[in-house]
Design a protein around this ligand. Structure first.
Ligand code: AMP
Length: 216
């Protein structure tokens, strides 16, 4: 892989279900970067029943974005941890142009690359409503296309699988609407800066990964 040592921040853009989390999990070992999924951080906060988690849950259950002040506080607390010193992969952040602008101000000494995983809406509902996640290591599975070896159990760590409460059809549709209104404009934002590469996410995981590696 070329230029890996210079890639300090890799932003993964894309609609829900495009495979940002799966690709980040595969890439983080190769790139020696931390994987920061803002959705996972929020779900962990909800599980801990922290004040932030309680506030975030109302928005998440409706498929809406969590307010920026909560997001930035949580994100930068995570970025200050030692495993992020070498750089990190952002999965699920930024999600609006305002978040991207603020992030740019705060990360002005980092080298940032942006990857957009593209996937048509028609595939998204199918991917998400049949998705299961490992409660231990967050590995995603799919009831039709990526079944675990043993039903309900993670192949990697053996912990139980669960369906995210926002992966129901009604909430997925709302998340998609929010994506098109608020997050998709980021593609043009980063295109203008010349830092963006797009990859078709409607291919098997290995092909997507190899195209990402070529870009990096
Ligand atoms: P994800 O796991 O990335 O699909 O995120 C799940 C939910 O967490 C989203 O639908 C939002 O409610 C919330 N969330 C995650 N990242 C962000 C963000 N950058 N800004 C606002 N809300 C977010």
């Amino acid at each position: 892989m070329r230029q890996i040592t210079q890639t300090k921040v890799l932003i993964l853009l894309g609609p829900p279900g495009a495979g940002k989390g799966s690709q980040a999990a595969l890439l983080k070992e190769n790139l020696h970067l931390a994987h920061i999924s803002t959705g996972d951080l929020l779900r962990a906060a909800i599980q801990k029943k922290s004040a932030l988690g309680q506030k975030a849950k109302t928005f998440m259950d409706q498929g809406q974005l969590v307010p920026d002040e909560l997001m930035f506080a949580m994100l930068f607390e995570r970025i200050s941890e030692p495993d992020c010193a070498n750089g990190f992969i952002l999965d699920g952040f930024p999600r609006t142009v305002a978040q991207a602008e603020e992030l740019e101000r705060r990360l002005d000494h980092h080298e940032v690359k942006v990857l957009s995983l593209t996937l048509e809406d028609a595939h998204i509902v199918e991917r998400l409503t049949k998705r299961l996640i490992c409660s231990g290591c967050q590995t995603p599975y799919h009831l039709l296309f990526a079944k675990p070896r043993e039903e309900g159990k993670c192949d990697r760590c053996g912990e139980p699988l669960f369906q995210r409460s926002d992966d129901t059809e009604a909430v997925v549709k709302e998340r998609l609407k929010v994506y098109h209104e608020k997050t998709a404009p980021l593609i043009a934002f980063y295109q203008k800066q010349g830092t963006l590469e797009s990859i078709n996410a409607n291919q098997d995981k290995e092909t997507v990964l190899s195209e990402i590696r070529d870009f990096l």
